[in-house]
Unconditional design. Structure first.
Length: 359
């Protein structure tokens, strides 16, 4: 049986049991006509059923031992729900389903919730396999499964049924150990999509590096940068680190040019320690993108089991030091001559954050 108080914190969400304190929000969701997607199956469609459902009905699945319904909460608001059901404890398998309030869609909440729930229960050994099924014509749900790190396993013909008749179902699965990070398909935050570099990024990358004084001051690889090197980076080098070690392009959700990059490197699983680093394109600075990206990646690294995340910043790079502090990192000390910079080496400020220190 799942923990009655099962609560999972992700970068932007809290996944937790429904309770009597949710009555006001459930009433508002029903009034908005969003109960069929923002609340779990069996939720009342009329306010008179709220009290009974919150005290009994929403917990019946848990009492049966076959699953659990959790509220998907963002900044104190219930934005959806996620459920595990058809759990077979003998084989350690379960199926996941979710729904997001229409007003809160296209923000990556479903992906974040599915990834967080699967990562926690598979990572802790509570389950061995989690399955996700999506209508074959439901492109959004299929994309959620892919971005959450699930593997497409096959097609069940006519296995789903909606008001308009039968639908084929795409079956996705994740096994314990399948996805160490959930970063294979990228990450998302409130304003950013963190994704792998692609060839088209080379032109924005070159424009960001060329003739920018700040990047030229701190990044030794920027000297004499060319389009050929940018293309090689975007299509080959940036992908060579694997699922954890790697680099991610920062793409604003509202569109526009490449906002920068964040990298994950030097992982030490024995010590539970890993390093991150970032840079921001000139046209995207002073908008908080570096802080947002750093917090998003750091939260995901903690989610997959790292205990400590650190970063190094040259002592003279005050803007980057400010990013580290705003992202919740603590200054630990100075590492002498620890960073290569154009023309030599620089002392570096060591920053770190431990799992549990960022709320």
């Amino acid at each position: 049986m799942f923990d009655e108080r099962l609560t999972i914190n992700t970068e932007r969400l809290v996944l937790r049991p429904f309770g009597p304190g949710d009555a006001g929000q459930v009433r508002a969701i029903i009034a908005e006509g969003a109960h069929s997607t923002a609340l779990p199956p069996g939720a009342p469609g009329h306010p008179l059923g709220i009290a009974q459902w919150l005290s009994q009905g929403v917990h019946d699945l848990w009492r049966s031992g076959q699953g659990v319904h959790l509220a998907m909460e963002a900044r104190g608001a219930v934005v959806g729900a996620i459920s595990l059901f058809k759990t077979q404890w003998g084989s350690g398998t379960s199926e996941v389903g979710y729904g997001v309030h229409p007003a809160h869609r296209r923000r990556g909440y479903a992906t974040e919730a599915v990834r967080g729930l699967a990562g926690r229960l598979l990572g802790e050994g509570v389950l061995r396999r989690i399955e996700l099924r999506a209508n074959a014509d439901n492109v959004a749900s299929i994309r959620v499964a892919e971005k959450a790190g699930f593997t497409r396993e096959g097609l069940l013909r006519g296995a789903g049924f909606e008001d308009d008749g039968p639908h084929d179902l795409v079956v996705f699965g994740m096994l314990r150990g399948d996805s160490r990070t959930g970063m294979e398909h990228g990450l998302e935050s409130d304003r950013l999509i963190l994704r792998r570099f692609v060839r088209r990024d080379a032109f924005d990358l070159l424009a960001a590096v060329r003739d920018d004084a700040e990047i030229a001051r701190w990044m030794p690889w920027a000297n004499g940068y060319t389009l050929e090197r940018a293309i090689d980076w975007c299509t080959r080098i940036a992908h060579s680190g694997g699922s954890v070690l790697g680099n991610f392009a920062l793409e604003p959700r509202e569109g526009g040019r490449l906002a920068g990059a964040i990298g994950v490197q030097r992982e030490d699983h024995e010590r539970g320690d890993v390093e991150v680093g970032y840079w921001i394109s000139p046209w995207a600075r002073r908008q908080g993108y570096a802080v947002e990206a750093t917090r998003t990646v750091t939260a995901q690294l903690f989610e997959v089991g790292f205990h400590r995340v650190h970063l190094l910043v040259a002592t003279g790079n005050h803007a980057s030091q400010a990013v580290a502090r705003r992202a919740g990192f603590i200054e630990e000390g100075i590492l002498r001559q620890a960073l290569p910079v154009p023309g030599g080496r620089a002392d570096a400020v060591l920053f770190s954050v431990l799992n549990g220190e960022i709320s």
